[in-house]
Write a protein that binds this ligand. Structure first.
Ligand code: GDP
Length: 139
């Protein structure tokens, strides 16, 4: 059982492909309440900081280039067991391995361009939410 908040981004691929509305519909239909949301674009510095944990991985440069190439939607979501339930809703990192009906199965194109981000722990949900939102932007 995890806490009641998680953090998400609708990534540049899904925004480019016109899936913002469909993804938000899946999120709210699954019982998540949006407590903060913005349409924004990450700078190179933002993306490098947000994904710093991956900076030794071979795909880091590709990840930063992808995440900065266009706007994203970032949001903080509220629901009981938010982190685990949201990871289940989005599916595996690689859409080829994601379960039927999951957001990545429906909208992602590859392991890199996988439509959505979802925090992997309560601790990271809090860090990532604070990275994107000031306290006064969370309702
Ligand atoms: P997540 O928690 O499911 O998002 O997956 P990870 O924390 O392992 O990876 C973070 C993000 O890096 C993923 O969502 C992908 O956008 C990207 N990524 C992961 N693996 C690869 C890869 O092998 N190649 C590329 N290009 N990107 C990857």
């Amino acid at each position: 059982m995890t806490g009641n908040r998680t953090f998400t981004m609708i990534k540049p691929d899904a925004v480019e492909n016109g899936h913002i509305g469909a993804i938000l519909e899946k999120i709210t239909a699954a019982g998540f309440k949006i407590v903060a949301m913005k349409y924004t674009q990450l700078s190179k510095r933002d993306a490098e900081a947000f994904y710093a944990v991956h900076n030794e991985r071979p795909f880091f440069g590709e990840l930063v280039a992808f995440m900065t190439r266009g706007p994203i939607v970032s949001a903080i979501l509220e629901k009981d067991n938010a982190v685990d339930d949201f990871r289940a809703l989005i599916g595996a990192t690689n859409p080829a391995e994601a379960a039927e009906g999951t957001i990545r199965k429906l909208f992602a194109t590859s392991i890199g361009e996988n439509a959505v981000h979802g925090s992997d722990s309560d601790e990271n949900a809090a860090i990532e939410g604070a990275f994107h939102f000031a306290g006064r932007e969370v309702y």
